[in-house]
Design a protein around this ligand. Structure first.
Ligand code: GLN
Length: 557
């Protein structure tokens, strides 16, 4: 088999694109990297994406979403940075563990080698030992992914102490693989100063100066701004930062992140990099253009409530928001998200709170806080025919609510929230009971789920066996399976051994489904996850009917 670059697999000389960020965080470096992934993949190349994260945690799994946003779980169970979600959504390819490298993982590997005696006799230092480990991980990733092009995003902002070893490593790598096989993209901020009515290039100049002081010269600068950067300013950046004018790219704020690949392409970013790296295939962006046309046409409003602990913290539920949008793209619906704080919900008037809402989502989460409010929201959805989608904790809460209010199991709970509950309908898996290290020890990654024929889940998925990504310690307690299903809770997806409940649903309800996994992690803009697709379909139906549905017939206590 030959690849587009003419080399047999495994024997490639991959090209590298490094993406750094300047001036401020949150500029969209991850979206830029993901967009480049799409643009090079659209040239028929095998693209591997990788994120280097400067924090000392081995992975983000032990970090609070307040600190670091959601944890994106891969098929192989790796707990990774949320930017990897963008990479998967933009390229449509599943990533693997090697795609996320942290300072913590690098140091812990080097220290392990030191203890083993691998460096015997040597003083172990940041240069060369830490930088060697970083370079090895970049190279290994290229080989493991059989990549033609490796796009590496360096987390953090140039000038941070923490990112220095990563920047030093990529500087060394450029020397080792050759300058014509490496390209550097710097994403920087061009602020608009209101009183003088001007866009300022100075922060970008300083940031590039900082980059050059450590030996890195960008080949392209992506100028992030709230508006378009004109020719005059591009010339200025080009002159002062020593970048060809064709490499200065205007990237104004966009109404949809999915438009960014087309914006960058129209600005010539991928052409510039391809030229530098001597890649001559042309991109085929027709699929992506179709997507953006569908996004532009998605205008029918649907209001979805996300009932969670981190209200308005978009990064904590990033993939959930994106998956809802994907469902909207499919149906031509524009998703309006209503954030409902589960803390404030408890005991409130649910009809008032959910007035005009067409669907309710309870996303994943940990700890007892806000759970009672979530149960109230779920009861409202169940009793009033409001479409409901539960994600991981959202399944566990739906089971607790059903146990209490339909099965009459008073004070039923998860042993996570109330260790003394008389009815632990959600409980630790036996294999979780002796876990001592909390990092990387949950039930993680893609697990098979058998979908029961004749159920809604079977309709939704259209497949008998599906693989969904997990990240949890607790499960529906097998001791209560009978009590719950006896009262009408349908277990429509089970682990292959029939021990673990993976999907629940209710009959006689327009859409009441939940998964013990995170379907949002597998949703793509071009291929919405079936659960999100059909949840939005049901919500849209309710929105069109102009009213909240009649209460369905449910078994009540
Ligand atoms: N806290 C629950 C558990 O550990 C749910 C986790 C989640 O929603 N990701 O099982």
């Amino acid at each position: 088999m030959q690849t587009p670059l003419g080399k047999p697999p495994g024997k490639k000389d991959p090209k590298f694109i490094f993406v750094t960020g300047g001036v401020a965080s949150g500029l969209g470096k991850g979206i830029t990297t993901a967009s480049l992934g799409r643009l090079f993949r659209s040239r028929g190349l095998r693209v591997a994406l990788q994120k280097l994260d400067p924090y000392v945690n081995v992975d983000p799994g032990t970090m609070n979403p307040f600190e670091h946003g959601e944890v994106f779980v891969l098929d192989d169970g790796a707990e990774t940075d949320l930017d990897l979600g963008h990479y998967e959504r933009f390229t449509g390819e599943n990533l693997h563990r090697g795609s996320n490298v942290t300072t913590g993982a690098v140091y812990s590997a080097v220290i392990q080698k030191e203890r083993r005696g691998d460096y015997l006799g040597k003083t172990v230092q940041v240069i060369p030992h830490i930088t060697d480990e970083i370079k090895e991980r970049i190279r290994n990733h290229a080989v493991a992914e059989n990549a033609d092009v490796v796009i590496v995003e360096v987390g953090g902002t140039v000038g941070d102490i923490e990112s220095l070893p990563f920047l030093e490593a990529i500087r060394q790598l450029r020397n080792e693989v050759g300058r014509d096989r490496c390209a550097f993209v710097h994403v920087s901020l061009m602020p608009f100063i209101g009183p003088s009515g001007e866009l300022k290039t100075k922060p970008t100049q300083h940031s590039v100066k900082e980059l050059r002081s450590i030996g890195l010269q960008p080949d392209a600068i992506v100028c992030r701004s709230d508006r378009v950067i004109g020719r005059h300013l591009k010339e200025k950046v080009s002159l002062l930062c020593d970048v060809p004018i064709s490499g200065v790219v205007s990237a104004p704020d966009s109404d949809s992140i999915y438009r960014v690949p087309l914006v960058l392409h129209d600005e010539g970013l991928d052409r510039e990099l391809a030229h530098h790296l001597r890649i001559d295939a042309d991109p085929d962006l027709s699929e992506w253009r179709d997507l953006v046309n569908r996004i532009d046409a998605a205008s029918e409003p649907v209001r979805i409530a996300i009932v969670g602990k981190y209200v308005n913290l978009r990064d904590a539920y990033l993939s959930v928001i994106e998956a809802l949008k994907h469902g909207g793209f499919h149906h031509g619906a524009h998703i309006e998200i209503e954030w409902i704080s589960s803390d404030d919900l408890e005991g409130g008037d649910m009809r008032e709170v959910f007035e005009g809402i067409h669907g309710i989502v309870v996303p994943g989460g940990f700890g007892w806080r806000g759970v009672e409010g979530k149960l109230d929201a779920i009861r409202h959805a169940r009793e009033n025919g409001v479409p409901y989608l539960g994600l991981c904790l959202g399944l566990q809460c739906a089971v607790i609510e059903f146990a209490r209010n339909v099965c009459g199991l008073d004070a039923a709970n998860s042993s996570e929230f109330d260790p003394a509950t008389p009815h632990p309908v959600i409980d630790l898996l036996p294999e979780q009971k002796n876990v001592t290290d909390l990092g990387g020890s949950m039930r993680l990654g893609a697990q098979p789920c058998h979908v029961a024929p004749g159920t809604k889940a079977a309709d939704v998925y259209g497949e008998p066996v599906v693989y969904e990504r997990h990240r949890h310690r607790y499960e529906v307690n097998p001791a209560y399976h009978e009590a719950l299903s006896g009262k009408g809770l349908v277990f429509s997806g089970m682990s292959p051994d029939g021990r673990l409940v993976e999907i629940i649903e209710l009959e006689d309800h327009p859409f009441f489904m939940a998964g013990q996994f995170h379907p949002e992690l597998r949703s793509r803009p071009t291929r919405p996850h079936p659960l999100f697709r059909d949840f939005i379909g049901a919500a849209l139906k309710l929105a069109r009917s102009g009213a909240v549905a009649e209460p369905p017939l449910v078994v009540r206590r």
